[in-house]
Design a binder for this molecule. Structure first.
Ligand code: FPP
Length: 238
């Protein structure tokens, strides 16, 4: 793996927890629990590799439609994740942020998450961006409403992106989706514009450091042109 060509922003759609549990004859929540362990491994590994931003799709605005016990189970896992990883995140100099409508989350996970955001806000290492109660179209509509409220009459791409959730988060370089589905599923639509897409059949709970390295190696073989010609890229247009 080339150390100098590590994607700055890696985003992951962590899919397949339910199928992982089903294969073992277990309730779905066991798959999510195993999924959290994969999250822990990948956060630490990405930070060690020098990834600058890691965005993880943990809960979509549509996930509220899942059975009540699954939703409450996911919220409990979120609270436990924050409790368990709090000091580790601070120690690793990771800045923890959330993209999504955090105010609609239940009190307990919301207050734990807010405390970690506040405590880690001056950290200068990797930014861990957890997409919680996140929808890509909602993010765009929320941005437009904020722009209308601000009284700004004319925008360009730069101004628009300043109104997205967590505006410090740049465009995505590499999107990984596990479990064999080949969809974007309303994830970070604006920032995916020029992302390289990587799909693997591996279910999220089985996704580990080796699988992550495979995705990075694949990315490093890609030829990114951002709509330009090879010649322009060589002349250093970007
Ligand atoms: C998709 O699997 C996964 C989710 C909807 C949630 C992702 C959540 C986690 C990895 C655990 C929570 C994370 C944190 C950081 C607390 P699925 O249930 O759609 O799987 P399936 O398609 O096989 O049914």
């Amino acid at each position: 793996m080339e150390q100098r060509n590590i994607p700055a922003h890696v985003a992951i759609i962590m899919d397949g927890n339910g199928r992982w549990a089903k294969k073992r004859g277990l309730p779905r929540i066991f798959g999510h629990r195993a999924g959290v362990q994969a999250v822990e491994k990948i956060v630490s590994h990405a930070s060690n590799l020098g990834v600058k931003y890691l965005s993880l799709f943990a809960f979509s605005t549509e996930n509220w439609l899942r059975p009540e016990d699954e939703v409450s189970g996911l919220m409990t896992l979120l609270s436990e994740f924050v409790d368990k990883k709090f000091s580790d995140i601070i120690e690793k100099n990771i800045k923890f942020i959330v993209s999504g409508r955090l105010m609609e989350l239940p009190d307990e996970p919301r207050s734990k998450v807010l405390k970690l955001i506040e405590t880690s806000k001056n950290n200068t290492g990797m930014v861990l961006n957890l997409a919680l109660n996140y929808g890509g179209r909602k993010e765009i509509v929320d941005a437009i409403n904020k722009i209308l409220d601000s009284g700004i009459k004319e925008i360009d791409e730069k101004i628009f992106s300043d109104f997205l959730y967590s505006p410090e988060v740049p465009d995505i370089d590499l999107l990984i989706r596990t479990s064999g589905e080949m969809r974007i599923s309303n994830f970070m639509l604006w920032r995916l514009a020029y992302a390289e897409l990587y799909f693997t059949k591996t279910l999220w709970p089985d996704f580990d450091e080796k699988e992550f390295d495979k995705a990075i190696l694949d990315y490093q073989k890609r030829d990114r042109r951002f709509g330009m010609t090879d010649e322009q890229i060589k002349r250093g247009k970007i």
